[in-house]
Design a protein around this ligand. Sequence first.
Ligand SMILES: Cc1ncc(COP(=O)(O)O)c(C=O)c1O
Length: 453
Amino acid sequence: MTNPGVASAADSIESRFRARTKKSRELAQRASSVFPDGVGRAGMPNELYPVFVDRASGQYLYDVDGNRLLDMSNGHSALPLGHSPAPVVAAIANQLARGIGFFLMEEGEIRLAEMLRQRVPSMEKIRFTASGTEATMFAVRAARAFTGRKLFARAEGSYHGMHDMMCSGMGMNVGTPWMDSGDNPVSNGVLPSVREGVVFLPFNDIEASRKVIAAHAADLAAVIIEPMLGGGGGIPAEREYLLALRELCDRHKIVLILDEMVTIGLARGGAQEYFGVRADLTTTGKLVGGGMPMGVFGGRADIMSLMNRDASGVLRMFHTGTWNGHPLAMAAGIAQLEMLTPEKFAYLGELGETMRKKVRALATEMRVAVQVTGVQHFSAFHYTPQPVRNRRDALRANPKLSSRVSFSLLSQGFYMLGQRTNLSTAITHQDIDEFISALAVAFEEAGAAGTAA
Ligand SMILES: Cc1ncc(COP(=O)(O)O)c(C=O)c1O
């Protein structure tokens, strides 16, 4: 028998959402005639139908029905300064006035590459791509070309984009059916031979990872790791784990790739500065493009020299793409990096820590069994009484509670990316307090209150 109290609470979330999103509902109907599943990409909040955005500014998104949503996701972390900071908008406008795209080299590419190398010194040589997906594809390819080995290792539940090599073992966002995909590709259409090119590391488990790496050492071209699992649950790596991977890669001459798509936002020098670990190759993007689409890979000069022409003009590794180094992304990225001063990172860290403390205090008060993981401005909520250090732990959490809480928050005007938040400097302490009040309602409505012993 269903609990009538919970059913009516769920109804109140849905009716509140429906009442405030009439235009979104109409657009969703149109969208469903042109898009599979009615959405342009998986991973949108889509409990009943997606919310359609009209515009964004500062800490807010404004939907087509005129609702204001506090954006706790911020372009999947690409916008740590919030929406449309004036210097970034001005840089894009200035570039637009000079031309939309040149398809020849321009100085902005050099400037952004220099800024990145200054912040992440292990990126001795750099190439831009059009997306993060391409960046991880080229990085693993470079590691294979450099070592002449076949395999690469990745963490269980990691996310490195959607090319064939990266479709296995994602475990994807905890809370979606993809989480049950285990080591299998999350998508049909991936050749078994591609799946056979990858082995999996239990995240944050040094001994188990050591065994996997040792067993395959002679065949391993690369270990690719997110210094914080993103889609796998917003779970930071422990520093000792990253250092152990560094040592194992050195010992077995394996290329260590740090996928800093998100963690470039941890500090000026990304996770490499934050954790004090050095990559052989780094992949990044998101905030580096200032909100424009792009990706980057770069690292040791000897590996990147695969893309140098030899005396007869031959490349050992071919890398190109129509949109690579797009001037609008370069201009926006330069402007955003310039704005991201140490003070901004300090604010983001303090805001994130304050939010985690307040969520934990509320959870204790309302007896909610929830673990709040994260560092700096990145946080994730796992509805389980057990500590969460990796994807296996995260899978013990209750995904339904997670999606109901986020849906209740959305219906109250707070947008979380599933179970995760990526704050921005536009968000104030008062915004966090308002979020905590809405979260109290969400805990109650979703049935999370009273789940702790
Ligand atoms: C760690 C990580 N790697 C790779 C990607 C793929 O980047 P993109 O979406 O730009 O292709 C993402 C995107 O979420 C990511 O978080």
